[in-house]
Each structure stands twice: as structure tokens, then as C-alpha cells.
Design a protein around this ligand. Structure first.
Ligand code: UDP
Ligand code: MG
Length: 312
């Protein structure tokens, strides 16, 4: 059976890099001997990305271009690409050459050794800011403490999936998608390939701080019920001392006819407890909103352009 490798690449305003990306990919993946194709998913770009991609598709038979009806975000664009590709293996990677095509042959080698999931693990990102490093570090520590699914720091969405791992991922219909968590969750034999992420080849990062925070929240709320359970523990921690203190006040009144004074401390306690309650109502609301969004069962995305022949 011939090996068919499909490479899924979400692109949002990447006109400046897509040609170089394809050339580098061809240079690296060509010699491995697999029958490879690329599926670009244009995620509502407002620059010339779609035209550049269509030109690539006209020039190369192994390029397919899908375009989403608007910007749906990186995780949904990746999911759309996974939905429309078939192959004996699928690779997901970014278009900006930060996921170096030179790593793909090593991933293919691990897959040929029988691994179903091969994740490229970023050792370092050239030129990443102190802020991005520190927040990424804190994030991985938090998510691994909270959730049951282990997420290897640095193993982002650059990975290869065998046909059955790909099918498993496609069988997960959830709306709030944190793909690297989902890839860990499906299980299977996993291998890791280390790599150094270079600087972005051109253009600028589309992951604004707000999008990063959104992704982090998806990771926490989709993979862990721990924040909600924290309310029970904190509630107990406040309730028990409160009850003991109440007993103390009553005893003092009965035995010494002495009122304990302290309206100031009362107000503080009220504010702290009120604040904690509101905070947890907010956390429960966060889960509720997600249930609400899931329950609408809307499609995850719409295509405004798709090639006639699917990746069969
Ligand atoms: N991307 C996308 N939709 C978005 C944001 C990003 O499809 O809304 C794509 C982008 O074109 C790139 C990949 O996702 O191929 C990673 O984005 P980026 O390089 O901007 O993120 P960073 O590497 O800075 O985290
Ligand atoms: Mg990037």
C-alpha cells in the first residue's frame, strides 16, 4: 500500500510566506518517498493569501485549498482541514515556517516505526519574548496540575497522526477545541521529536494576547472540572471556622454576658465571602456558557471555497 501523507496548514493573512512554505516543504518531504499533499485552510484572510494559495494549487497537483467563510480561529481552521483530508497519516503545522518542514522527515520515520502520534516538541523559540516564555511555562504547569490529561510542555499543534489517530480526533465533535489536549486524550503510541522553532519567516503573529488567553481558558475549562470543585473545598474551609467562631461568640454571651465587638471585621468578612461567592458563580457560568454553546449544535465552520475533488 502506498503511503499517503496529508499536511494540513491553517493560514490567516500569510500571503508573505505561503510560497516559501510550499517550496521548503517540497524540498524536505519529497526525498522521503511518501505520496504527499498539502491541504491549506484559509482562515478568513484579508490579504492576498487566498489568491496566493489558489496560484499554488494551479501550479502543483498536490495542493488543495479550502477557504473558511470568515475567521474562525486557528483551532477550528485546523479541525476543518482534518475533517476534509484522508491519508495514511496527517501532519498539522503552521504556515509561518516556525514549524520547520525539516522536522517532518523525522516524524515520518517515527510513524514508520509504528507510532500513531508523533509530536514535535519545541525546545526553544528564537526571539520569543520573556513574557511569552513565562506565560507558556506557567500555563503548562497549571493545566497539568488541574487536568487528568497530561500535556507535554512545548508539544503544541505540530504533530503527525496515523490514520486511526486522525479518525479518533475527527470523532470528537466539541466546539471549544484545545487540539493539543485532545491529541493527548485520544491515547495511542506516542513519540516525540525535538525541534528548535526559528523566528517567524515573515508577517507577524496572529496569536494576540487575547487569543492566547482564550486558548488557555479553553484548555482549563474543557479539560478540567477542578475550578468548579474548588468552590466546595473553599466553602468548607470558610464554613467550619465560621461555625466554630459563632459557637465561641454565643458561649461568651451566655457565660459572661459579653458582646464581641467588631463591625469592621464583619464588613471585611462579608466582602471576602461575597467576593468568593461571585467568583464561583462566574466560574460555574463559564461552564454553563460552554454547555449552552455545545447544546446549540451549530456547525463548527463553513467553507466559502473548496476544491471539487476532496482528498480521497
Ligand atoms: N492562524 C489561523 N487563524 C487565526 C490565527 C492564526 O489560521 O485566527 C494560523 C496562522 O496563519 C499560522 C498558525 O495559525 O499558520 C499559527 O499562528 P501564529 O504563527 O500567528 O501564532 P504563533 O506562532 O505566534 O503562536
Ligand atoms: Mg507562528
Amino acid at each position: 500500500m502506498t503511503e499517503r501523507l496529508a499536511i494540513v496548514v491553517p493560514c490567516c493573512n500569510e500571503a508573505a510566506v505561503v510560497d516559501r512554505f510550499y517550496d521548503e516543504l517540497a524540498r524536505e518531504v519529497g526525498p522521503t518517498g511518501v505520496d504527499w499533499s498539502v491541504c491549506f485552510v484559509d482562515d478568513g484572510s484579508t490579504d492576498a493569501t487566498l489568491e496566493r494559495l489558489n496560484a499554488l494549487a494551479r501550479a502543483h497537483a498536490n495542493v488543495r485549498v479550502y477557504s473558511l467563510s470568515r475567521n474562525f480561529g486557528h483551532q477550528i481552521a485546523l479541525s476543518a482541514g482534518l475533517d476534509v483530508t484522508l491519508g495514511s497519516a496527517v501532519v498539522m503545522m503552521d504556515a509561518d515556517l516556525q514549524h520547520s518542514p525539516s522536522v517532518v522527515p523525522a516524524m515520518i520515520a517515527e510513524w514508520r516505526r509504528g507510532h500513531d502520534v508523533v509530536s514535535a516538541v519545541r525546545q526553544d523559540t528564537e526571539g520569543a519574548s520573556w513574557f511569552k516564555r513565562a506565560t507558556a511555562d506557567a500555563f503548562y504547569r497549571l493545566i497539568n496540575r488541574l487536568g487528568e490529561t497530561e500535556i507535554v510542555p512545548g508539544a503544541a499543534d505540530f504533530c503527525l497522526l496515523s490514520a486511526r489517530a486522525h479518525a479518533a480526533l475527527c470523532a470528537m465533535p466539541e466546539r471549544h477545541r484545545f487540539l493539543r489536549g485532545m491529541v493527548s486524550w485520544i491515547g495511542f503510541d506516542r513519540a516525540y521529536v525535538p525541534f528548535q522553532a526559528p523566528r517567524r519567516s515573515a508577517g507577524e503573529s496572529k496569536y494576540t494576547t487575547i487569543k492566547m488567553v482564550g486558548l488557555a481558558l479553553d484548555a482549563v475549562f474543557s479539560f478540567s472540572a477542578a475550578p468548579m470543585r474548588l468552590a466546595t473545598r473553599l466553602g468548607m474551609a470558610l464554613f467550619v471556622p465560621g461555625l466554630l467562631y459563632f459557637g465561641y461568640i454565643i458561649t461568651r454571651y451566655v457565660t459572661m454576658n459579653d458582646f464581641v465587638r467588631g463591625w469592621g471585621s464583619l464588613i471585611c468578612t462579608l466582602m471576602i465571602i461575597g467576593g468568593i461567592q461571585l467568583m464561583f458563580i462566574g466560574i460555574i457560568g463559564e461552564y454553563l456558557a460552554r454547555i449552552f454553546e455545545e447544546s446549540k449544535r451549530r456547525p463548527l465552520y463553513f467553507f466559502k471555497q473548496a476544491p471539487d475533488d476532496r482528498d480521497a
